[in-house]
Design a protein around this ligand. Sequence first.
Ligand code: KIV
Length: 284
Amino acid sequence: MKKSIINFREMAEKKEKIVYITGYDYLTAKYEERAGVDMILVGDSLGMVTLGYETTFPVTMDDMIAHSSAVRRGAPNTFIVGDMPYMSYQISNEEAVFNAGRFTKESLVDAIKLEGGTDSVCQRIKAISDVGILVMGHIGLTPQFAAQMGGYKAQGKSAGAAMELLRQALAIEAAGASFILVEGVPAVVGKAITERLNIPVLGIGAGSFTDGQLLIYADMVGYYDDFTPKFVKKYANVGAELLKGFTAFCDEVRNGAFPDDGVHTYVIADEEAAELEKLLAEIK
Ligand code: KIV
């Protein structure tokens, strides 16, 4: 059964860890649901993992809607979070509500996520929550702010920076967010934030104390190999398996081993084959 915000609050209260993973397509989502993950994020990491961009910036609302819809079809019984792409919420509350509404109406996601802890992002969170949509905040290493951070760098590494992240987390909760995701911070900062918030705190590279753990699926199954962040653990080697399969297919097609007509080909009754031969001979 699909979990709701109530289940996630209870899990956080009882210290039962929430399992959270990204997904971008129907098939992967199907396996994630079969594995029993609690929550799927259709992240704008879609841009790098699936669409081949160097950053998340080019990803559009239409990309996110198409992929979130596919994930919904693959995982009908899993809580799905749609990630608001760059410039889908920054300009005004109206645009933010409109795009969050598109996610909910067109892709049937259960919540949306947006990045940042500034005053204007908190206004967007309030506006979106006010129309009844569940919001997940996202602070720390936030890729849409990569230029200002000087790249994909861990955040909250000084006492002052950590206190600023805690201030942002509290502001996001006060604005009406139902969850918060903390990314790329020292474990002690993840713990300090989790201990002080009432909403479930999910972490990615934020230590073991947070209420749940997120990883990008393509990192943790050894599929995306352009780079691997320090906080990723590899649980499988899908890339190597794909390469093995593709290489074997190339070899077998080229050397004639595939297809084996006795196994991989449709059959025709003997009398039909004889008749066909006769007809072909007539048109020679
Ligand atoms: O887009 C995404 O997958 C994300 C995670 C990196 C947190 O926002």
